[in-house]
Design a protein around this ligand. Structure first.
Ligand code: ADP
Length: 397
């Protein structure tokens, strides 16, 4: 299969990789950061060679894409990309799979921008910049929401006035779909079963956290909703709170809805509870050193996650495997142990030695004999984006 350039645009950063969809090998990868400021930087590794951090004089997404295209064009013909796959966060209810980008797709991504104001606009900038610098190269949009479009209405509707749904698309969408799709597929491979026969809950625990119920390869419920703020406790995001909070904080603290939303997104979660850090490593080591607030942050994180997993089992009827992925899910035996301990009533039990020794970067079952599987599976959203792109644009330039 021919190589694909994968672009993942955030509000101030742009991650990129040239990926071989067959092997997952990266011919080149890097990140542009602090875009939109005078201090934008560009880091790139081509093959085994890592270049020193460079400054991007015009620190725009467009300038970053120009630098990426220049490097990609200089690659050997055999590994030069034949298409570009973009991570697009919000595809609303319009996209249930990845698509080749055309004017209609651009219009739809623009229409859903108010639902993902930090993510959809930079993705659009990336798409436009590729068109400008590499005209004619086919581009594909891979949506975080697409995998969850199979959720039934009873899972995706909120109990709110009907016209909010009819007129303004207010419903649950779910995110991290590319990761949930990849990891649930890998779970079937690891267990050696047909995905159609496998019911799993996938916990994607990174800076953002979400869990999804995947029944027979299809997402049937997930913890994130209209936006990525709903559901689990995350690094800086609160997850579920009482919406009565808005009015209450307006009257007692004079906060506007926008201020409360901002705090729920950036000053809550592990950071808010621990008062120290959004980073799980820091929180775990502070808790180990006896910091009470850090210990409470860990307890709330794990308790809320376990509660969500057991709720998602309702959507599955039967749990064959619980899967952990993302930076925390893959690397924190402590979080896995707390969550599985709280789920003993589902028959889940860990093999403590296997859990503590789970090797980095490999997929492994860490359950005790007789328990449903408890899998640790490294996610690879870039590979999934490359696979979709290669499938949709074929091999030709
Ligand atoms: P993103 O969602 O930005 O892709 P990651 O999937 O890389 O983020 O996850 C970042 C989180 O993973 C951070 O909270 C970090 O502390 C956590 N993490 C990474 N390594 C470890 C580790 N060894 N132990 C515990 N947590 C870890």
């Amino acid at each position: 299969m021919a190589n694909v350039l994968v672009l993942n645009a955030g509000s101030s950063s742009l991650k990129f990789a040239v990926v071989d969809p067959a092997s997952g090998a990266r011919a080149m990868l890097g990140i542009a950061q602090r875009l939109g400021t005078d201090e934008a930087t560009f880091d790139i590794a081509v093959g085994a060679e890592t270049a020193p951090t460079a400054r991007l004089d015009e620190g725009s997404h467009r300038a970053a894409v120009a630098a990426i295209v220049e490097h990609a064009d200089a690659l050997d013909a055999a590994v030069r990309p034949v298409g570009v796959g973009h991570r697009v966060v919000h595809g609303g209810d319009e996209f249930s799979a990845s698509v080749v980008i055309d004017d209609d797709v651009l219009a739809a991504v623009t229409r859903f921008s108010p639902l993902a104001p930090l993510h959809n606009p930079p993705a659009l900038l990336g798409i436009e910049a590729v068109s400008a610098h590499w005209p004619g190269l086919p581009q594909v949009a891979v949506f975080d929401t697409a995998f969850h479009q199979t959720m039934p209405q009873h899972a995706y509707r909120y109990a709110v006035p009907r016209e909010w749904y009819d007129d303004h698309h207010v419903r649950r969408y779910g995110f991290h779909g590319t990761s949930h799709r990849y990891v649930s597929g890998r779970a079937a491979e690891v267990l050696g079963v047909d995905p159609a026969d496998l019911n799993v809950v996938v916990c994607h625990l990174g800076n953002g956290c979400s869990a999804a119920a995947v029944r027979g390869g299809v997402s049937v419920d997930t913890t994130m909703g209209l936006t990525p703020l709903e559901g689990l406790v995350m690094g800086t995001r609160s997850g579920d709170v009482d919406p009565g909070l808005f009015d209450y904080l307006g009257s007692v603290a004079g906060l506007s809805a926008a201020e409360v939303t901002g705090a729920l997104n950036t000053r809550s979660g592990l950071l808010g509870l621990s008062g120290r850090s959004n980073d799980m490593r820091t929180v775990e080591s502070a808790a180990d050193d006896g910091d009470e607030r850090a210990r409470l942050a860990l307890e709330v994180f794990a308790y809320r996650l376990a509660k969500a997993v057991s709720g998602l089992v309702v959507a599955l009827g039967r749990l064959d495997a619980l899967v952990f992925t993302g930076g925390i899910g893959e690397n924190s035996p402590g979080v896995r142990a707390r969550v599985v301990a709280a789920l003993g009533f589902l028959g889940l039990r860990l093999d403590p030695d296997a859990n503590a020794a789970a090797p980095r970067g490999r997929s492994i079952d860490v359950a005790a004999p007789g328990s449903p599987a408890v899998l640790v599976i490294p996610t690879d959203e870039e590979l999934m984006i490359a696979l979709d792109t290669a499938r949709l644009v074929g091999g030709g330039r």
